[in-house]
Design a protein around this ligand. Structure first.
Ligand code: URA
Length: 240
């Protein structure tokens, strides 16, 4: 196999291993066997994969039902309620934040506190209403004292975030702050470098920008964030 092909195969395998780690059952086809092998982690080194068993696209209600009274991570002990997401299930624009805060935990809705008020202004400046977009967070339960979500908590919630994105299938994703960008992109680059650069998540254009809570603390950065959102408007065919 040429070096280039080997590199492509390795990249494919890395991508699939990542999906497998996320709970997607893969069917690996060993070219020497007549039938595909349904495999867990002990897959052949480089596999031809004819099909991924991802199941049918689920509705947001079905995903919420599956989440249930979630106890998959330690955040369940401190929450008042799960904050799943809000907005249109057919939104063309989807925002992903970090984690519910105290107001969200009380009301069961994402971005309803001070940062949420700024997010609402940002959405309206983009000529959308909150009902027209979809908003959710990387983790669905409030971390104690509003601390950062921890890797095991992000990992426990990730299949649900992934399913929400797959269900809504927006035309554009906007991540708010470093946790959302890093969780979806699997990229530990600082948000100051990630923001403003188009990326892709599962084939969907993704624009990382600053978190509104950060913009409340550092209002001088609002200009940069507005520039990012104008790029999003252009991508959606709306004149900034
Ligand atoms: N910050 C977030 O990241 N999400 C919310 O829902 C509220 C504040």
């Amino acid at each position: 196999m040429s070096d280039e092909l080997t590199e492509i195969a390795l990249e494919l395998r890395r991508h699939l291993a990542w999906q497998e780690a996320d709970g997607t059952r893969l069917i690996w086809k060993d070219p020497n066997l007549a039938a595909p092998v349904v495999s867990a982690r002990s897959a052949p080194a480089i596999a031809v994969v004819p099909k991924l068993e991802t199941g049918p696209r689920r509705t947001l209600d079905e995903i919420r039902t599956e989440l249930g009274d979630c106890k998959r991570c330690k955040l369940c002990g401190g929450r008042t309620q799960i904050v799943f997401g809000s907005g249109s299930p057919r939104a063309e624009l989807m925002f992903v934040g970090e984690a519910p805060g105290a107001d969200e935990d009380q009301q069961g809705m994402p971005f309803v506190g001070k940062a949420g008020q700024l997010l609402t202004k940002m959405i309206e400046a983009m000529k959308f209403t909150r009902d027209e977009v979809y908003i959710c967070n990387v983790v669905k339960c409030r971390p104690p004292e509003n601390r950062n979500p921890e890797p095991d908590e992000i990992a426990a919630c990730e299949p649900f975030l992934k399913a929400q994105v797959a269900s809504v299938r927006p035309k554009v994703l906007v991540t708010l702050g470093k946790f959302a960008a890093q969780a979806l992109l699997k990229d530990q680059t600082a948000i100051t470098r990630l923001r403003g650069q188009w990326r892709e998540y599962e084939g969907i254009p993704l624009m990382p920008t600053f978190h509104p809570a950060y913009l409340l603390r550092v209002p001088a950065e609002k200009k940069l964030a507005w520039g990012d959102l104008q790029e999003v408007m252009k991508k959606l065919g709306r004149t900034p």
